[in-house]
Design a protein around this ligand. Structure first.
Ligand code: ADP
Ligand code: MG
Ligand code: MG
Length: 198
């Protein structure tokens, strides 16, 4: 279990994809999603102990708290709560699949979005389900994570034709159709980073 490696990979990927994420948010939001997440994950790398000695659950709780404090907008509290819930679950001895489920439930509870609302839930919910199913089938954690990452990527791609029902993009009504959701896109990046590092 290497939460620090995951968080560093998140920071790297978010920085690399910052302009793309902000571009997606320019189309149906306020053009700050890449900048918001980059600020948050850079703070995590700069301010937290991400070494392998630290307890993974505690690292994720600290990272989540930092995202809530430093990232403005909708995505900070949502991703922050997700990391905090995931960290708490791991600290209590949960396996990664259960911890991921807790993270996704935290987002669903706070944002009150369901699949089809054109939000990060469209990537996160299929990822948690794919992971749980893979574990149920007795598949190892690496393959289970790869399936989760693919499910998240497919879920993010599927947001393009949707009409947004939550968040800023929902103000656009039918004009939100035909644009990929920035938060679903970043969520797929974070799950892929998890699969690459855990
Ligand atoms: P803001 O919209 O406040 O500028 P960001 O641009 O950082 O925040 O994040 C926007 C993303 O947040 C959206 O693309 C969407 O995926 C996600 N989002 C917004 N509202 C919700 C919600 N209620 N539930 C889940 N995700 C949401
Ligand atoms: Mg925005
Ligand atoms: Mg904003």
């Amino acid at each position: 279990m290497a939460a620090g490696a995951w968080l560093k990979e998140c920071a790297r990927v978010v920085a690399a994809e910052r302009e793309r994420l902000t571009g997606l948010d320019a189309a149906i939001g306020d053009a700050d999603h890449g900048a918001n997440l980059d600020r948050g994950f850079q703070a995590i790398v700069a301010e937290l102990d991400l070494g392998d000695e630290a307890e993974p659950g505690a690292q994720l709780v600290a990272a989540g708290s930092l995202l809530i404090r430093r990232v403005g907008g909708a995505s900070g509290p949502l991703y922050g709560s997700a990391l905090r819930s995931m960290g708490k679950a791991l600290s209590q001895g949960a396996d990664l699949s259960t911890a991921l489920e807790q993270a996704v439930e935290a987002v669903e509870k706070l944002g009150k979005a369901v699949e089809g609302d054109k939000t990060m839930v469209d990537a996160l919910r299929p990822a948690a389900n794919a992971m749980a199913l893979a574990v149920q089938e007795g598949i190892g954690v690496r393959e289970a994570l790869d399936r989760a990452a693919r499910a998240a990527e497919e879920g993010a791609a599927a947001t393009t034709p949707m009409r947004a029902r939550k968040g800023r993009a929902s103000y656009l009504g039918e004009r939100s159709e035909g644009h990929r959701d920035p938060g679903a896109t970043s969520a797929a990046l974070l799950i892929r980073a998890l699969a690459a590092t855990w």
